[in-house]
Design a protein around this ligand. Structure first.
Ligand SMILES: C[S@@+](CC[C@H](N)C(=O)[O-])C[C@H]1O[C@@H](n2cnc3c(N)ncnc32)[C@H](O)[C@@H]1O
Length: 351
């Protein structure tokens, strides 16, 4: 998924630094989970994962990819659906996706508020796709309430929906605004895509809360920090994914139909508070290694970060030149720019 700060393309480098610096352990805390990509990567490398994020749609992804270890059978649901006649599809997950993809659209919250069919004429989705998303989201909830799908199946279907929506959204990467003309991608008929699940023999734990509250809950070997780099909060940029995940008919306002996000504001988007929180994490007792992903343009200055980390052990800073496309605020074409991605490693004194 396209997500600001997504570590998908840096994760191999991060892992190579873990190996080069002899960082070992079993329990890995993905403190700022986002897309869950980091947790997914280390789950596949046999770590036990704890992860959390303030965003509910991130929690949905974590439930499906991190906590869930099973392949969904949909054993209670399939006998109730008339889908087995299709001999071309034999996989149960595919059968359920096909059923959902064939639903007749309904005029629900997404259609009413995020297609040009509303007073504001918001252009996030074409009307047909808005109706399709409503029909699929409503059906998943009904199956769960009727106990036709199990909890893991519920989150797997929701995660499939969350992963599919951006491919049909008329946006430039984030949901804070929609495009004024229809992008080609938004005109295609909506289709729910299958997600790839990860199996593991370990139990994993995922949360939708401020990760500071989880610091003392487990004995972590590695805490991985990937905080926001600047003042921009995540919740308003992804408000529509949040609303589709929750489907809670929120009060919305403004040109983009934003939901309230007062309870999802991160202290890491403020320089002073971020440094204070970092200090609190570093001072906490239950970990051996702390890894911090940051970059040379972040709001916490390098000297301050190092000063805080050094109080608790040996600090190593690794840097990686990363080509990033940066669109500037004037709406001019995006510019190529090299950013120094950084990985701070703290080996705590007792580790
Ligand atoms: C840079 S992104 C993480 C990206 C992630 N590593 C990935 O690869 O997708 C930062 C994330 O931290 C979350 N966040 C910010 N403050 C938080 C807090 N105090 N507790 C939990 N999550 C927080 C944001 O919602 C956002 O999803």
């Amino acid at each position: 998924m396209r997500f600001i700060g997504n570590k998908e393309r840096l994760i191999d480098w991060i892992n190579s630094e873990i190996l080069n610096n002899n960082i070992t352990g079993e329990l890995f805390f993905d403190f700022f989970s986002g897309t869950a990509n980091v947790g997914k990567y280390f789950k596949q490398r046999d770590y036990q994962i704890v992860s959390s994020d303030l965003l509910y749609f991130s929690y949905v992804l974590q439930k499906a990819y991190i906590e869930n270890n099973e392949y969904p059978t949909f054993e209670n649901l399939l006998p109730k659906l008339n889908v087995n006649s299709n001999k071309l599809i034999t996989d149960n997950f595919d059968l359920v996706l096909q059923y959902l993809n064939n639903l007749v659209g309904i005029e629900g919250f997404i259609y009413k508020n995020y297609t040009p069919n509303n007073e504001q004429k918001r252009m996030y989705f074409i009307p047909e796709n808005g109706k399709k998303i409503d029909a699929i989201r409503t059906q998943i909830e009904k199956w769960y309430n009727d106990k036709l799908i199990k909890e893991n199946e519920y989150y797997i279907l929701l995660a499939s929906l969350i992963e599919s929506v951006p491919f049909f959204a008329n946006i430039l990467g984030v949901f804070a605004a929609y495009k004024k003309d229809w992008d080609k991608r938004a005109l295609k008929p909506f289709e729910l895509k299958r997600i790839n699940l990860l199996q593991s023999k370990k139990e994993h734990f995922v949360y939708n809360q401020n990760s500071m509250e989880l610091l003392n809950k487990y004995e972590y070997d590695i805490i991985y920090l990937d905080p926001p780099y600047n003042q921009r909060q995540y919740a308003p940029n992804y408000h529509l994914l949040e609303t589709i995940a929750k489907y809670d008919n929120p009060a919305i306002k403004g040109i983009s139909g934003m939901r309230n996000y007062d309870k999802q504001k991160s202290d890491f988007c403020n320089r002073e508070k971020a440094l204070k929180e970092l200090e609190n994490i570093v001072k906490s007792k239950n970990y051996n290694y702390l890894l911090l992903s940051y970059n040379n343009e972040g709001i916490m200055p390098q000297e301050e970060i190092i000063k805080i980390l050094e109080k608790s052990g040996e600090v190593i800073l690794k840097e990686y030149d990363y080509l990033r496309f940066k669109s500037n605020n004037n709406g001019e074409a995006s510019k190529k720019k090299f950013i120094k991605e950084q990985l701070y490693i703290l080996k705590k004194n007792n580790s």
